[in-house]
Ligand binder design. Sequence first.
Ligand code: PMP
Length: 435
Amino acid sequence: MEAQSPKGSRLDPWIDEYAVRAQSLTASEIRALFAVASRPEVVSLAGGMPFVSALPLQSIADSVAKMIRDQGSYALQYGSGQGDLTLRGQILDVMSDTGVSAHPDDVVVTTGSQMALDLVTKVFCDPGDVVLVEAPSYVGALSVFRSYQCDVEHVAMDDDGMIPEALAETIAAVRASGRRPKMIYTVPTYHNPAGVTQTQSRRDQVLEIAQREGLLILEDDPYCLLGFDGAVPTAIRARDSDQVVYLGSFSKTIASGLRVGWAVAPHGIREKLVLAAEAAVLCPSNFTQSVVSEYLGNEPWREQVDVFRGLYRDRRDALLESLQQLMPPGTHWTVPAGGFYSWVTLPEGLDATAMLPRAISELVAYVPGTGFFDNGDGAQNLRLSYCYPEPERIREGVRRLASVIETEIEIGQTFGTTNTLHHPHGSGIPTPDIA
Ligand code: PMP
């Protein structure tokens, strides 16, 4: 647009007209770097993209063609705001190993679990309400909470997940400051980005705190079937169906491009979610729901999950072995028992955001830790994902990263400081492929 509005800038004449809630919708400062990082010569340990090439593509193509021939007039039509009833029944089976038991009426199908995060926040949170999240937390959830003007408070976690004592203290501090804690958002199993899994006893304690404090738990569980020893931890929702909204997704176990996820919610909340979903999108796609439903009905989907699990385990092993061999002293990382990520702590004095341009020029990419915090923390951390590159590429990526870190350490020793670039925290909305 050529014209400049009286108040707006030349770049965006509408800048003064946006709703207050849109102020948080800023692009991540690392977004531009990731455009470069998607070049094939860069080993990307940044993206959380599932390895969908391992799917039986021909067989899916055949069954989609048949589905359209046989039920095209249903699959290509508007559908129910709550989602397809047959699929909702199948979802109960998919969740069964988590211990979550529900009725198809309790399930709301959404456009990926990302949409369920949005709907739950829309239904529960007024501006200024406090959402308690792990430190670090899933970047896509932080974007949602910011977009509804929530205050985010991080709760300390360690290798056993969110620490209940820290949760209780944070809630007390929030109340003492006159603010209103609203919900606890947690990814207890194969955490993104921390790569850790919460113990069962801590899950119980977090639930007890939520019950005592009258706080909703938003349990986000997209990785639960991707445990490398086949274990599926019992969900918090399995212990209390009134206190917890549980989110699941087919993005990691079937295909992220289908954009099919779900929420399991107590009756009253479920009604609100359906109404909010109808206001947003009328209904989830009948087409992709039918694809998922056919796939679950006709493909050996559990065996395919085993294939994914084996593949990601090999990649996790390649990552951990090469980190062990190559990383300079003072570098630490988590050991994931499932999922896609390991969380790395750099040696004292290094800043992962400032180091990223050098890493990308050395042809390796990762996600800097500050993106997973709402408060500027995480400068010394980064997230590595091993889900997409082949094991040999992962090893090469770690080799490159180790040499970048060594160079940063040397620069620090020579000049007394390592990184001179300053990067503000918060880092805005990431690209979907790094989420
Ligand atoms: N929650 C977590 C913890 C995730 O890692 C992701 C995807 N990166 C999502 C939710 C969103 O997944 P989807 O919308 O594809 O189901």
